[in-house]
Design a protein around this ligand. Structure first.
Ligand SMILES: O=C(O)COP(=O)(O)O
Ligand SMILES: [Mg+2]
Length: 220
């Protein structure tokens, strides 16, 4: 059975506002004030907690802050868990698009580098969990994207076929995961990043969820 696997942050939902708020909670806690801007730093936010902490510490002049990042990571994750759906919104048309795939008898799954528990909580709060056949997070397996194992696990748990699967994502991590798995990828173009995702040479681009069915039909 065909299987469509979705990344979460930057692909299903714009989670950047709540992620930035959690990072700024850490920086305020350390006495630095809000180091990240919800609009200008949205693309960094969608690359995850560590990327946001790294950027904030860089702005303080700390270029090698891995220790500080490790120390702040649990605080950020706790703060994020406390306010996970205040600013977060699904991208336009995504609910309807996933329903159409299900009506076409496809399996649908989520493969995210968010910790599994947070991803489960967020999708439940958005009332958008039950339609998905599987959800794999950063800590579901010992390895995370761009290792292909979480993508294979998402496909297998959903009951889909690895030979007719596609990954929909928003970053080079998603493209590299799919490439490592030998599976086509589709990258969304509606993210905040200034980088041009077509440079990553995915099998297709998705400009709006209204086009999802025809893009999938062309790829798998
Ligand atoms: O939290 C991250 O690192 C990014 O999450 P994503 O894989 O859902 O985009
Ligand atoms: Mg993403």
């Amino acid at each position: 059975m065909r299987c469509v696997v979705f990344d979460l942050d930057g692909t299903l939902a714009d989670t950047s506002g709540d992620l930035i708020a959690a990072a700024n909670f850490c920086f305020r806690d350390l006495g630095h004030g809000d180091l990240l801007d919800p609009t200008l730093d949205a693309a960094t936010a969608l690359r995850g907690a560590r990327a946001m902490l790294r950027l904030g510490f860089e702005r303080l002049g700390l270029d090698d802050a891995e220790e500080q990042i490790d120390a702040q990571y649990p605080t950020l994750i706790d703060a994020y868990g406390d306010n996970i759906d205040t600013h977060t919104v699904l991208y336009p048309g995504v609910r309807e698009a996933v329903d159409r795939l299900k009506a076409l008898d496809m399996k649908v799954a989520i493969c995210t580098n968010k910790p599994e528990g947070l991803a489960e909580t967020l999708m439940a709060r958005l009332e958008f969990r039950d339609v998905f056949d599987a959800l794999i997070g950063a800590d579901t397996l010992p390895v995370r994207k761009p290792d292909p194992a979480p993508l294979f696990e998402a496909i297998d748990r959903s009951g889909g076929a690895r030979t007719s699967a596609v990954l929909i994502g928003d970053t080079a991590t998603d493209r590299n995961t799919a490439r490592a798995a030998g599976i086509p990828s589709v990258l969304v173009t509606f993210g905040p990043g200034e980088e041009d995702v077509s440079d990553l040479e995915p099998e297709a681009l998705l400009h709006h969820y209204d086009e999802l069915d025809s893009v999938i039909e062309a790829v798998i």
